[in-house]
Design a binder for this molecule. Sequence first.
Ligand SMILES: [Zn+2]
Length: 253
Amino acid sequence: MQETLHYIFNQGRIMLHKGEKYDILRGKDVPTFVTDALPHLFVETADTIAYASSTALEELPEGYEWVGLRESYHLLPKPLYLQAGKASEILYFDTHHRHCGLCGAPMRWNTPISKCCTACGEEIWPQLSTAIIVLVHRGEEALLVKAKNFRRNYYGLVAGFVETGESLEECVQREVYEETGITITNIRYHGSQPWPYPMGLMVGFHADYVEGDVSLLDGELSAAAFFGRDNLPPIPEKLSMARRLIDSWIDEV
Ligand SMILES: [Zn+2]
């Protein structure tokens, strides 16, 4: 029998049931205290049916909590956190594509993951913003940077959005040079991860330093330097691709 999951959102927060552990809402229907949700089926497998919906409800009864999507990483099993990310992206896509970009007529859902224009038939799918992130090696050191817009006081890695007409490798080279003034070589793929904040795909790389002095060229960074493994500043939490790259470098020795 298929199990039904409900991913219900309010302003970037997801409703979790709090029993002994935190969990997604399970059961055929949305809870009766949520009266304004319009569930959209977005995943159906042999085992699972998953719905995404949003509500304006702020106050929740005992046993339920609003939790930030990022924070849910620490509370949910990873498959549920990932599916919550997909649900969030589906809702973002829905609210940002109510009308057709070609003719302006209303859009309707066509499949669980695409919409179709009610007048001209144009079909659209959610578009991801692809971003690269790279750990640059110089001998036993790694290049860590502090972005001006980081909310917390830690160092991360050079990152940036892929531009149209650009390969991932060209983007890695460009971002490193634009942000720090150094040149790199030997760019190698590490892994990727969905980044539903709001519609991203992070692609992680390692690369090797060639030449140049670190300088903050384009004003996006407040600090950048090479660090050794025994001399690390505060680094990002486990959730992020930045941390996965840094951990893989730490584990090399
Ligand atoms: Zn249209």
